[in-house]
Design a protein around this ligand. Structure first.
Ligand code: GLA
Ligand code: ZN
Length: 667
């Protein structure tokens, strides 16, 4: 999809409604100074716009929109439904949520509505429609922002009823539901639809820790699918209400990267453009942030918006470190390098009260432009202005695809055993990190994606293998593709019932192995991978005990009663190759296995040089944009391949990069 914007939107959340009017004029002057060309407004203004059930008051928003329009600022207009007004909760208590513990919430917080409340739906859609009617034709409104960071979790009786309807649509009969959930276990057979209840701590919940684990993962997975669908219906309701008045302006909602609660691949199909909020912690690896950007790009296989990042610090993490000088700029370019067409902050002016008063902003509590953060924002604003529209819509291309699947995410984390430390996103990241460190671009792809575009597909912990997936992977490998999968793969179907006949179930033929048993290792335990060249690396977490069925052995275990048995295997299948990694190798072990894979699959890095700098490529209309980003914080020389070329940001020749410096080379 072509980008809907005519320039890189540079701005962010702006809440002038929290400030007296004299501040507004100061804001406009400071925005101009900082090169801010966009503002996201109205995110939490429902209570202001609708003081009671029958009254709308748009007077203040009219003034805000007029002011921004006069100042040539592109407006990202939110529908304000991220927090309901207090009167609604008072008059219709069913609009609030019931949590996993079964407690009905009172008014408070935000993201607080029951997605299946008809009252909430009615008022939300009506408000979105009113806003579109009023502002949809304003040329300065360049994007609609529905709700805010949708997240799941209602277990009320309304949701329970809606869940039964959802199940009826999915399964048709109660017999099919009973079969899917294996309800013979612990005598759960249902004879009537209304015997089915929401899976929380008052019903099947396992009641310990902070998990939402239940005795029936199959029920919980379906409930998550249902909640994701319910919120998506909310989104569609508002979207359609907007579309009744505004046919053109792109519509989005801000997602949260690897957030567990919503099936973002399904959501993205309903969104015109993906947007997301990037809040790494002080110790988040850069590869992890890069992976989440790639995932957000992968949702629609298209450029995305960075709807939020902090210019300096958060307030809600345990340790809200400042971004070091230059770091915000480097992170912003990392975002653009992975496919973003906007750079937006939360927020433009720091709030004066409530829980986000310590959250960084372009304009600090001092109110002045004379701060380090403001100056760094201004420098970036200036640079982005110079860059103009030339990178907009540019494509990222990859030879490697990593499968990310929310059903699988839910299933893996709901399952009881074998190892509580197994975390879906970490497993995916281990593989991603290798490619990141080797400057090999990656696409994050859905499980039903077009595999034929890639030389290699990684499917770590592909625990749930849904209908058609094994066949698609077989076709990919048969035609010459390279696949890597491993422990905890091929084990269950869409309902968390085991594919009988030996692990990895439907992948067994493809992998040429049978994983007979799975050993779980506690944090203080480990084993080793012994490679034929004598190198031995650590492994932990899980160890599959493998019987080869045609596959060759690439490494064996170095210890325990299964010492000397295969831990990593390689199988030829059709014209292609399948690697199976039966355990969690350490960093070096993964590198050794993936070195072999990339060589065998002819997957090439972007550059031949070894460097600690991040290197990314976006292309458009025959132009190449090379991003060389120093996220290390210490000076590093640019890779040889770029020496002597010109940094289009500064016009200077490419040489040494200071800590957190970035250069962009156009070829
Ligand atoms: C989220 C929200 C914002 C704000 C920021 C603070 O991303 O969408 O409203 O609360 O977090 O980091
Ligand atoms: Zn509910």
């Amino acid at each position: 999809m072509k980008t809907p914007f005519s320039r890189i939107l540079y701005g962010g959340d702006y809440n002038p409604n929290q400030w007296p009017r004299e501040i507004w004029a100061e804001d406009m002057a400071l925005f101009k100074k900082a090169g801010i060309n966009s503002a996201t407004v109205n995110v939490f203004s429902w209570a202001k716009l609708q003081p009671d059930e029958n009254t709308y008051d748009f007077s203040e928003l009219d003034d805000i929109i007029a002011m921004l329009s006069e100042n040539g600022i592109d407006i990202v207009l939110a529908t304000a439904t991220g927090a309901m007004p207090a009167w609604m909760a008072k008059k219709y208590p069913e609009v609030t949520r019931v949590d996993f513990e079964g407690r009905r919430h009172k008014f408070g917080q935000r993201h607080n509505h029951c997605p299946n409340s008809l009252v909430w739906q009615k008022y939300a859609a009506r408000l979105a429609g009113e806003l579109a009617k009023r502002y949809g034709s304003n040329p300065h409104v360049v994007c609609w922002h529905i709700n805010n960071e949708y997240n799941t979790g209602c277990y009320c009786e309304n949701c329970e009823k809606a869940f039964r309807i959802w199940l009826r649509e999915k399964y048709g009969t109660l017999e099919a539901v009973n079969a899917a959930w294996n309800t013979e276990f612990w005598g759960h057979t249902f004879y009537d639809w209304d015997e089915i209840v929401a899976p929380n701590n008052l019903s099947d919940g396992m009641g310990f820790g902070f998990t939402r684990k239940t005795a029936f993962a199959g029920i919980s997975i379906d409930y998550d699918r249902f909640l994701s669908d319910s919120l998506l219906e909310n989104y569609k309701l508002e979207r359609d209400a907007i579309r009744a008045y505004d046919k053109e302006t792109p519509i989005t909602t801000n997602l949260m990267g690897t957030y567990n609660g919503l099936d973002y691949f399904k959501w993205a199909k309903e969104m015109d453009i993906v947007s997301w909020d990037n809040y790494p912690a002080y110790n988040t690896p850069w590869s992890f942030t890069a992976m989440r950007h790639d995932l957000m790009r992968g949702l629609k296989d298209a450029p995305f918006m960075l709807m939020e990042q902090t210019p300096s610090q958060q307030n809600w993490q345990p340790y809200n470190s400042l971004k070091k000088p230059g770091q915000m700029r480097a992170q912003s370019y990392q975002t653009v390098a992975h496919g973003a067409d906007t750079i937006q902050f939360f927020q433009l002016r720091r709030s004066k009260g409530a829980c986000e008063k310590f959250h960084g902003a372009v304009i600090a509590h001092s109110g002045s432009g004379d701060t380090r953060v403001f100056k760094e924002c201004s420098q970036l604003g200036e640079e982005l202005k110079k860059l103009g529209a030339e990178t907009l819509g540019a494509k990222n291309t990859a030879e490697v695809g990593i499968i990310f699947d929310w059903d699988n995410y839910w299933a893996l984390e709901y399952t009881s055993g074998p190892n509580v430390d197994l975390k879906y996103v970490d497993q995916i990241h281990q593989y991603y990190q290798y490619f990141y460190e080797h400057h090999i671009p990656v696409d994050m792809i859905p499980v039903d994606g077009d595999f034929s575009r890639y030389k290699a597909i990684c499917a770590p912990v592909l625990y749930m293998v849904k209908e058609g997936v094994a066949e698609a992977l077989e076709a990919f490998v048969e035609a010459g593709g390279t696949l890597i999968t491993g422990m905890m793969s091929g084990i269950v179907d869409q309902s968390d019932n085991v594919h009988l006949g030996g692990y990895p179930g439907p992948l067994r033929r493809l992998c040429g192995i049978w994983a007979e048993e799975i050993d779980a290792l506690a944090p203080e335990q480990s084993n080793t991978l012994r490679f034929p060249d004598g190198i031995e690396t650590q492994c932990k977490l899980l160890c599959d005990i493998i019987r080869p069925e045609g596959a060759e052995t690439l490494a064996v275990y170095g210890g325990d009663f299964y010492e000397g048995t295969p831990a990593v295997t390689k199988n030829s299948f059709g014209k292609g190759t399948v690697y199976y990694v039966g355990t969690q190798p350490d960093h070096d072990g993964i590198a050794k296995i993936l070195d072999a894979l990339t060589a065998g699959a002819d997957v090439k890095p972007l550059i031949p040089d070894e460097t600690e700098l991040e290197v990314d490529l976006r292309t458009i209309e025959g132009r190449e944009y090379w991003f060389i980003i120093n996220l290390t914080g210490t000076p590093k020389s640019a890779p040889e391949s770029f020496r002597g070329e010109t940094d289009i940001l500064t016009g200077e020749p490419v040489g040494e990069l200071q800590g957190f410096d970035t250069v962009i080379v156009r070829r």
